[in-house]
Design a protein around this ligand. Structure first.
Ligand code: FMN
Length: 361
């Protein structure tokens, strides 16, 4: 209520990207001063919410989706919103500015966002040094941290792109609890071609090999687009399983505009409420086809406990939110977790693991 009636109107008077940058700057200051508030804020957890995926223990199943904290500036903050994990990035191996502004657009009536940021990133070195500083400082990072890596725009040619991903992975993976390989952003020309079977196999095979050389185990997740046909999704499952991936993240933003109104025609990836059904459909398909062999993180249009619960029952082992936070505010994860407990109790479900895929048919 407080967010919707007071904070949101102020934020929504500003350009979306400016409002976002301002918020991140504020949080960066809060975390840089190692505010006691962060240390005191408990991680939201209850026995029924705790879950283990890919050998990682999560205090609750609700995560911050990639793109919100692209450069890892507010890592010690995210648990205070109620998140059970946070994904940093997308980070490119080389620093790059992204596309020309304006490049983020809100559609309040549809509770949607269109973005064509194009991987604006400080680059692997700067972000790695920032995460190293936090980890070295001993300041608590009480939730698992995923790091999402993507392709540097100016790098072209298959071998060069593989080397680019390798460089980003080598610098960042040692600092991550899991790594997400992003081949699904619609805003980097040619990136989605890496979802094609032969290329994807080369990429995942190379990164899986790199991961084996790390001193600690770092599970790999593949983040996929919602705009694929079933044959492509089948290929993706096959390649992911062949290369020992820990799981999939479904989905990124969509380039489609079905169900969207005419004023949402600006190019870029659509997220939020209009993406909900589509992401859910992709998740259902992937879960059924992979027969539970690949854990899936469900993301796309989740803005309530009911939506999160539906996603989990359809086969998601964990969920993530981005656009829902813009419309519902920073305590959306807390509301989702409390609501999940209520819904699970209503249904006599004792754990998140028990709910996963319970209604996947
Ligand atoms: C402004 C914005 C920037 C994003 N940046 C990234 C990104 O850098 N990497 C990525 O994998 N996904 C990115 N995403 C996609 C989200 O992580 C998520 O997959 C998508 O928005 C669907 O979830 P939602 O409907 O809850 O927002 C971005 C989304 C938005 C709205």
């Amino acid at each position: 209520m407080f967010y919707r009636s007071l904070i949101r109107p102020i934020l929504f008077q500003q350009d979306p990207e400016q409002a976002h940058e301002g918020t991140i700057h504020l949080l960066e200051t809060l975390t840089a001063t190692q505010s006691e508030l962060l240390r005191l804020a408990p991680v939201q957890t209850r026995a029924a919410l705790q879950t283990e995926v890919a050998g990682i223990k999560f205090p609750n199943p609700v995560g911050l989706a990639a793109g919100f904290d692209k450069n890892g500036k507010a890592l010690p903050f995210w648990h205070t919103c109620g998140f059970g994990f946070a994904e940093v990035g997308t980070i490119t191996a080389q620093p790059q500015p992204g596309n020309p502004k304006p490049r983020v657009f809100r559609y309040p009536e549809q509770e949607a966002v269109v973005n064509r940021l194009g991987f604006n990133s400080e680059g692997a070195e700067v972000v790695a040094e920032r995460i190293e500083r936090v980890r070295r400082s001993g300041f608590p990072l009480p939730i698992p941290i995923g790091i999402n890596i993507g392709k540097t725009k100016i790098v072209e040619g298959e071998e060069a792109v593989l080397e680019d991903y390798r460089a980003g992975f080598q610098r960042l993976a040692p600092l991550a609890d899991f790594v997400t390989i992003n081949v699904s952003s619609p805003n980097t020309p040619g990136l989605r071609l890496w979802q094609e079977k032969a290329k994807l196999s080369a990429l995942l095979g190379m990164l899986a090999q790199e991961a084996k050389g790390l001193p600690q185990s770092v599970p790999l997740f593949l983040k996929i687009a919602p705009d694929m046909n079933q044959a492509d999704m089948d290929d993706m499952i096959e390649v992911a399983l062949e290369n020992g991936l820990a799981g999939l993240i479904a989905t990124n933003t969509t380039i489609a505009r079905e169900g969207a109104t005419a004023n949402m025609e600006s190019p870029g990836g659509l997220s939020g409420k209009p993406l909900c059904e589509k992401s859910l459909g992709v998740l259902r398909y992937l879960y059924r086809q992979s027969q539970g062999r690949l854990p899936i993180i469900g993301v796309g249009g989740i803005n309530s406990a009911e939506a999160a619960y539906e996603r989990i029952k359809a086969g998601a082992s964990l969920v993530q939110v981005y656009t829902g936070m813009i419309y519902e505010g920073p305590f959306l994860p807390r509301q989702i977790n409390s609501g999940l407990l209520r819904l699970m109790e209503r249904d006599g479900v004792k754990s998140i693991a028990e709910a996963v895929g319970a209604e996947s048919g």
